[in-house]
Design a binder for this molecule. Structure first.
Ligand SMILES: O=C(O)[C@H](O)COP(=O)(O)O
Length: 345
């Protein structure tokens, strides 16, 4: 990883209110970031569009800025039972957003929308890599769309989580489904993470573009027109959803069902799609309809937010195709990470 990339990482950490005391050390010709540690560990995962730099795990003198002085008491054990009180005290919760890994139609460069296609082998690998990057962040609840590519991404990512809790897709589509999928052991339940599937988180419905090749469509209708259909806020593709229409269901669902969980201190992961997540990020980051045009999400790259006192703080995300996304924990998440290390050496 280049020194520039690390400087970018440090700059982003500092822009998020971290004071970093860092040093560079030349090692076998590669520059690696050797931060003198007094305290917390920060995963600096730099990612470029569609590919990953190697993940650097470095100890950081990360004196979080005053805005993060109220650190919740670390998870005395990463199991659920002891975290509720500490979560309430901190009213801090982690929100992880992941766009699904590469799908078979992404690979063929076809408009997918609400067509339910699975991941490619590369998409499976991306989901597993994403899981490695979130393996030390607490997850109490998972939300996915009703589409298999998002569900596969969530389940594969969780195979890498250090807590080794079992994600279980909840079935409440009928009384029978609910009763037949009951778990009759409280102990086993504690080792599970409920996965809620919601069609409201589905990819935007791409209308008459679904199944068409993106390049051929651009050749036929013109690059500008296709870019407008793909990235604008309020211009829908033929008989499809605009981002605004997608937001009306996805953001509404987020506000009604997911935000209250964060308020109660639950740590949430959402595995969904390029556009349903763009609409949610537009809400979280308060982007304008102009700004959202340039928001691109790569497949399988996790983005971490911290929800605290009613606000969403972006902690690490690929903000653009070329820019590196930096993954920085808050002090309390770093403490949680430390507890995991102690418990799962
Ligand atoms: O639905 C699709 O085709 C992709 O998931 C997202 O497509 P887009 O990047 O063209 O919005």
């Amino acid at each position: 990883m280049s020194a520039t990339a690390f400087h970018q990482a440090i700059g982003t950490l500092q822009s998020h209110g971290y004071f970093i005391n860092s040093g560079f050390q030349q090692e076998n010709g590669n520059t690696s970031l050797q931060l003198i540690s007094k305290g917390f560990r920060v995963d600096i995962g730099l990612s470029r569009r569609g590919s990953y730099c190697s993940r650097e795990r470095s100890y950081v003198v990360a004196q979080a800025s005053s805005s993060q002085t109220s650190v919740f008491n670390p998870v005395s054990s990463p199991s659920n039972t002891t975290t509720t009180d500490s979560r309430k005290k901190s009213n801090e919760a982690a929100l992880i957003l992941i766009r699904h890994g590469e799908s078979l139609w992404n690979e063929k460069n076809l408009f997918t929308g609400c067509v339910d296609v699975p991941l490619t082998k590369k998409g499976v690998e991306e989901a597993i890599e994403a899981g490695k990057r979130i393996s030390n962040i607490p997850v109490d609840l998972i939300y996915t769309s009703a589409l298999i590519r998002a569900q596969m991404t969530a389940m594969l990512a969780m195979t890498e989580h250090r807590r080794k809790k079992v994600p279980i897709i909840m079935h409440d589509e009928s009384e029978q489904a609910k009763s037949w999928s009951q778990i009759f052991s409280e102990e086993t339940k504690k080792q599970c993470i409920p996965v809620i599937t919601a069609w409201q988180l589905n990819e935007r419905m791409y209308g008459e573009l679904q199944g068409l090749n993106k390049q051929e469509t651009a050749d036929r209708y013109g690059k500008e027109q296709v870019h407008e259909w793909r990235r604008s806020y309020d211009i829908p593709p033929p008989n499809g959803e605009s981002l605004e229409m997608c937001a009306e269901r996805a953001v509404a669902y987020f506000k009604e069902h997911i935000e209250p969980q964060l308020v109660s201190g639950k740590n949430v992961m959402i595995a969904a799609h390029g556009n349903s997540l763009r609409s949610i990020i537009m809400y979280l980051d308060k982007l304008t309809s102009q700004e959202v045009i340039s928001l691109e999400l790569s497949t399988g790259i996790p983005m971490l937010y911290i929800f605290k006192e009613g606000k969403f703080m972006r902690r690490g995300s690929p903000v653009g195709p070329a820019e590196a996304g930096v993954y920085a924990y808050t002090k309390s998440l770093a403490l949680y990470r430390q507890r995991l290390d102690e418990m799962f050496q």
